[in-house]
Design a protein around this ligand. Structure first.
Ligand SMILES: [Zn+2]
Length: 217
């Protein structure tokens, strides 16, 4: 059972009775709202009084949270139907985008003679010149998670988060390029960053900074 009670200092507080709750617990959720869970036997009024008694501590927690989320953009949670739509679109768009970016990056390396500038092994440079694509991947899976935008396995399989479709287009590409660079470097060492930065025309820092501001709820 849920109830929203407005507290004059804290704003709207969401109270939820839970069978699993043993005590009254307060937490500040991602965008700074106060959520309280309470055992079923405890009345909402008792929980509200508890919140009022602990107001100072809750305000401190809200301040910490506010500092943490300053400048962040929260992507709100989606309904089941919206998630289904997103999954369907992601299944079409992400694989196509990954393969066209892989081809474009290889072209870029060749046309701009980037292979001469990059900290790649001589053998690798020769292979690129000969037409070998360093951005060939195995399986591409579409995931839905909150912890990462994408990943690359040691077997060169890629995972991309369907939530990428909700980012500005250039950040979606940036994540895909990041994962494609892991096909060359399976780490975040200097070589990896040099490659990624070169392929992003020196914008890696700027894009990484903007990407960090997006949080999936
Ligand atoms: Zn990475």
């Amino acid at each position: 059972m849920k109830k929203i009670i407005n507290h004059p200092g804290l704003g709207n507080v969401i109270y939820t009775k839970r069978k699993s709750s043993r005590t009254i617990r307060v937490r500040i959720v991602s965008d700074g709202d106060v959520q309280v869970s309470l055992p079923c036997r405890v009345s909402f009024a008792v929980a509200a009084a508890f919140v009022d008694r602990n107001r100072k501590r809750i305000e401190d927690l809200m301040d910490v949270r506010k500092k943490k989320i300053a400048g962040k953009t929260f992507l709100p949670g989606l309904s089941e139907a919206e998630l289904q739509d997103l999954r369907k679109n992601a299944g079409k768009i992400l694989p196509a985008r990954a393969s066209s970016l892989a081809a474009a990056l290889l072209r870029k390396i060749r046309e701009e003679d980037l292979y001469k500038l990059l900290p790649l092994s001589d053998r690798f440079k020769v292979r690129i010149k000969e037409g070998y694509t360093p951005f060939a991947y195995g399986r591409l899976a579409i995931k839905n998670n909150k912890s990462n935008w994408g990943s690359c396995s040691s077997l060169n399989n890629l995972n991309l988060n369907m939530q990428l479709l909700r980012l500005p287009a250039d950040l979606m590409d940036f994540v895909i390029i990041h994962e494609l660079c892991h096909l060359v470097y399976h780490n975040h060492g200097p070589g990896f960053h040099a490659l990624l930065d070169a392929l992003c025309d020196g914008m890696e820092k700027e894009k990484a900074g903007r990407l960090k501001r997006f949080i999936i709820r």
